[in-house]
Ligand binder design. Structure first.
Ligand code: NAP
Length: 260
């Protein structure tokens, strides 16, 4: 299936590694031009080199999305170089464990800000360009928005808000033919997940107890499986899909886990 992404420009926040890295690569494989954002220059430049060696056009923009001005700069630099934006993937985020008992009101406000504010900012600064291309927005949320996790109020609140904004923007942008959808991952092995796992006394036992509860094939979702859904949502093959929450999780959130 030709997704018709050739020479189209897509911004991926947190596109240097993990889920975002897989989305960056998937866009490049389809002939699209990924503009990917991350803080660590070494990681970003290594991915740029990889894509370049495969003959893919791409742009790495180094920056911290939690610093004022970064989102506006990303949109501006992308337009200066390519003169178009066809899609935005809001993905950067971190489960920072600010809970009711293990945090305070300042930590909570900061956690919500860090996980949520740049989703709005990026959409805001890309909007005029997306109107011209009738582009698509994909927000990467988390199962914690629906299931909770315990001990992570700020992250869960931000992830829930991302689902609310997906519907809100889908409605607001109907008139511009801009589609807005969310992907809800549950258990995906990434650098972020690995560092969370390492906080347990016995990570191997912990991961075994988790995958046992994933209904479909008792395994983690791969980051490529998330990326495949993302490129579909960015493409015109999903041209009548908007305001949706797609759970790419082997049935983790919705199926009866007592059976696995
Ligand atoms: P990851 O492995 O830590 O990758 C995160 C990416 O975001 C990296 O490229 C990181 O690069 C970048 N990033 C983080 N904070 C940033 C900031 N302030 N400014 C610029 N770039 C930033 O995480 P992941 O597991 O792939 O998670 C990606 C998304 O999926 C997150 O929104 C997460 O909540 C969601 N999610 C993941 C899972 C899972 O099982 N992994 C489950 C549910 C939801 P630098 O560190 O270099 O900045």
């Amino acid at each position: 299936m030709d997704l018709n992404l050739k020479n189209k420009v897509f911004i991926i926040t947190g596109g240097t590694k993990g889920i975002g890295g897989a989305i960056t690569r998937a866009i490049a494989v389809e002939g699209g031009i990924p503009v990917f954002v991350g803080r660590n220059k070494e990681t970003g430049e290594a991915l740029l080199k990889e894509l370049d060696s495969q003959g893919n056009e791409a742009l790495y923009l180094q920056g911290d999305l939690n610093i004022k001005g970064t989102s506006e700069k990303i949109a501006r630099l992308t337009l200066e170089k390519f003169n178009r934006i066809d899609g935005l993937i809001n993905n950067a985020g971190r489960n920072d464990g600010v809970g009711l008992e293990n945090g305070n009101t300042d930590d909570f406000a900061k956690s919500v800000f860090n996980n949520l504010n740049h989703y709005y900012e990026m959409a805001h600064y890309c909007l005029d360009a997306l109107k011209k291309t009738k582009g698509s927005i994909v927000n990467i949320s988390s199962k914690t928005a629906l299931t909770g996790q315990g001990g992570t109020s700020g992250y869960a609140a931000a992830k829930g808000a991302q689902l609310a904004l997906t519907r809100e923007w889908a409605v607001e942008l109907l008139k511009y033919h801009i589609r807005v959808n969310a992907i809800v991952p549950s258990e995906v092995m990434t650098p972020l997940y690995e560092s969370w796992l390492s906080t347990f006394e016995n990570p191997e036992e912990k991961i075994k107890s988790i995958v046992e509860k994933i209904p479909f094939e008792n395994r983690m979702t791969s980051k490529e499986e998330i990326a495949n859904t993302a490129v579909f949502l960015l493409s015109d093959k999903s041209s009548h899909t908007t305001g949706q929450q797609l759970f790419i999780d082997g049935g983790y959130v919705h199926l009866d886990r007592a059976i696995s």
